[in-house]
Design a protein around this ligand. Sequence first.
Ligand SMILES: Cc1cc2nc3c(=O)[nH]c(=O)nc-3n(C[C@H](O)[C@H](O)[C@H](O)COP(=O)(O)OP(=O)(O)OC[C@H]3O[C@@H](n4cnc5c(N)ncnc54)[C@H](O)[C@@H]3O)c2cc1C
Length: 367
Amino acid sequence: MAWRLASEGLEVTMLERGRLGQEASWAAAGLIAPQAEAHEPGPFFDLAVKAKNSFDSIVDRLTRESGVDCEYDHHGVLYAAFDGPAAEELKARAKWQRELGAKVDELSAAEARKLAPAISPKVVGALHMPTNWRVDNRKLTQAYINAAVAKGVTIREGARVEAIVESGGRATGARLDGGETLGAEVIVLAAGAWSNEVRGLEQDRIRFYPVRGQIICFDARPGLLGPSLFSGGGILVPRRDGRVIAGSVFEEAGFNKSVTMEAMEVILSAVRALAPSLGSIPFREAWAGLRPATDDLLPVIGPSPSIGNVIYASGHFRSGILLSALTGEIVADLVNGRTPGVDLKPIAPARFRDGNFERVKITLKAL
Ligand SMILES: Cc1cc2nc3c(=O)[nH]c(=O)nc-3n(C[C@H](O)[C@H](O)[C@H](O)COP(=O)(O)OP(=O)(O)OC[C@H]3O[C@@H](n4cnc5c(N)ncnc54)[C@H](O)[C@@H]3O)c2cc1C
């Protein structure tokens, strides 16, 4: 986002309370996979497909300008079913996705095993989503930072924003917790799961909350897995250097980023069922991160209804890596007075002001 804005000639300062890129964007699995992430047609799927196109359109320039290869691997996703109901669900998913123009192949068990020999022999069928790809999200975050710096963005780490300073219905700046105020013509709120900690926007009535995800990382030989593997219970996402990311769970645990025995057990049993032949690859590390969720689990991108020159870019929940380029595109359009090429209504901050949203309660749940 900062890179995009600076590329269009704006003077941009990023304020980060800790170190840039060390929270959810660091913890993610790195999937750029709209079809694998969407369980039904609707606004999320439409947005996710646009996000993939937007990502595809910037990745070469990002690599060039940042000097960082984010390892955008084009291996696709293999989504496996292990019983009749799961196979039916995948069939239905293939149908609506195909009707909406997405590329998806229905595979027999033998075809699935041919494409991904590591997958369990108990697989009964699978979908192949050949254009659902993946990145190394830590490298991607570094690429965005480098490219932003190369375009003149100022970065201030250790700068926690306490409040938006407002006068006559317009934001005039951001106040840091040490008392310093930085003036700005436009403020973009992109504080992830912590977005409610920034004071001054209470009238918008948007609730952001953290949904913990945990990952177990293994060391395997490079190339052991081709496509990223999904089942209804877990995912396995390979990295180019051989690491295999196993995830993930969804839990409401406040701002607690602990790795827990319970979640490890859930992930391990799901991914062992998915690819039992990986049972002997060595454990490397485990981590947790906090997805920024909203009451309807859709992102919040657009102007604040109460302070028009504050733009939200938050609530990206389970898809902020996928949505990264599109978010930058939308924010740059709004800041520069252009009409974004996506329907902003489902993601508009104003939807919470009058709506009566039942918060979706999330308990420990795989994938
Ligand atoms: C386990 C896991 C797996 C995931 N897998 C995927 C995936 O495969 N694909 C995908 O697309 N998405 C995935 N996600 C979701 C994705 O990681 C998030 O949606 C995305 O990273 C959110 O980005 P963000 O910049 O909004 O939040 P963050 O990356 O959390 O960044 C927010 C930043 O704001 C800073 N901050 C907070 N408060 C303040 C303040 N007051 N002042 C200054 N700075 C502040 C924080 O320190 C932090 O650095 C996953 C998430 C998790 C946890």
